[in-house]
Design a protein around this ligand. Structure first.
Ligand SMILES: C[S@@+](CC[C@H](N)C(=O)[O-])C[C@H]1O[C@@H](n2cnc3c(N)ncnc32)[C@H](O)[C@@H]1O
Length: 301
């Protein structure tokens, strides 16, 4: 039933900016208003990408609650994943990794938010042409400057060649690179995932790594027993960006090994909650979806 609904809706990113990228920005904006500073979101720029009526409504608790409650677990997942990817991004800047590539950057603002810590890292943001056009216009209209190190690279991952597109943008395949794939793998066909890993393996310098979140395959195949599953399917089917890819529970090591990567760290949903959703006093922010994992992996030498 779920699959049938998915099949009737083709990806819409060729025709308009991604709705799921907007959802991520909405959750990040709501997180900036958290009372508990341990869970307060750091992305003060996320609000710029929201329509003004929504920004207005989100000043009110009822509106925030209604969005948070619509799909249980997603808000907590976004709070946790923002911390996870922020930490890795900042560490890469600190280690002066020469290049960072965002695969499906959406309305990510790290290149701007953390620009002061960026001494020499070149950043490439990849996403659909529609989304990037809109994002650049919003940045410009808000008088924010685009950091010199930031390069926008329009692409459709499903039918364009990463090597061609990135090398035209000045990417150097011999340099160590950190690839960030946040909130994206679940929307891509398995072949695109494998091709992307193959690209990373063959087009990055020694020590290069990739970090991404991924869904359990059984969830993507339609198992609705997971926390917030029914609500998420309903919402994603409406916007025409169906789930396509997942990895079996416990299968990440063999999947990545088979594609030429070693796992540096992998978090199951439980482990991720323990790492990111408790504050110093032990209070728990709330349950996140139990079908999503996070991994950081290195290209095998
Ligand atoms: C859920 S959003 C996540 C965006 C961002 N990484 C974040 O966490 O806010 C998924 C992103 O992947 C991009 N995306 C999905 N499929 C794509 C494709 N085939 N080609 C280019 N971008 C794609 C969408 O445009 C969207 O910005």
């Amino acid at each position: 039933m779920v699959e049938a609904a998915q099949d009737t809706k083709q990806s819409s990113i060729d025709r308009k900016a991604s709705q799921t990228a907007m959802f991520a920005a909405i959750y990040r904006h709501i997180a900036t208003m958290e009372k508990n500073t341990s869970f307060r979101g750091p992305d003060g720029l996320a609000q710029l990408f929201l329509p003004s009526h929504l920004r207005f409504l989100l000043r009110f608790s009822f509106a925030k609650r209604s969005i948070i409650n619509k799909v249980p677990g997603i808000y907590e997942y976004v709070i946790a994943r923002t911390k996870f990817f922020d930490d890795l991004f900042l560490k890469a800047l600190e280690d002066r990794i020469p290049q960072i590539v965002f695969l499906g950057a959406g309305y990510d603002t790290r290149a701007i938010r953390f620009n002061e810590f960026n001494l020499q890292t070149k950043i490439f943001e990849l996403d659909s042409p529609y989304l990037q056009k809109k994002k650049k216009a919003i940045i410009k209209n808000n008088n924010l400057s685009i950091p010199d190190q930031l390069n926008f690279v329009p692409i459709n991952f499903n039918n364009e060649d990463l090597e061609t597109v990135l090398s035209k943008a000045g990417f150097d395949k011999f340099k160590q690179t950190f690839f960030i794939w946040e909130g994206v793998t679940q929307y891509l066909p398995e072949q695109t995932i494998k091709d992307t890993l193959e690209f990373i393996k063959n087009n990055s310098g020694p020590g290069s790594t990739v970090a991404f979140d991924y869904f359990y395959k059984s969830f993507v195949d339609g198992n609705l027993d997971f926390y917030g599953a029914k609500e998420l399917y309903k919402s994603v089917n409406k916007v025409g960006e169906p789930f396509k890819f997942g990895i079996d529970e416990g299968g990440i090591d063999s999947f990545l090994d088979g594609n030429g990567f070693d796992v540096l760290a992998n978090y199951t949903p439980d482990e991720f909650e323990k790492a990111y959703l408790y504050d110093d006093k032990g209070s728990f922010k709330g349950k996140m979806n139990d079908y999503v994992c996070h991994v950081h992996a290195r290209v095998q030498s």
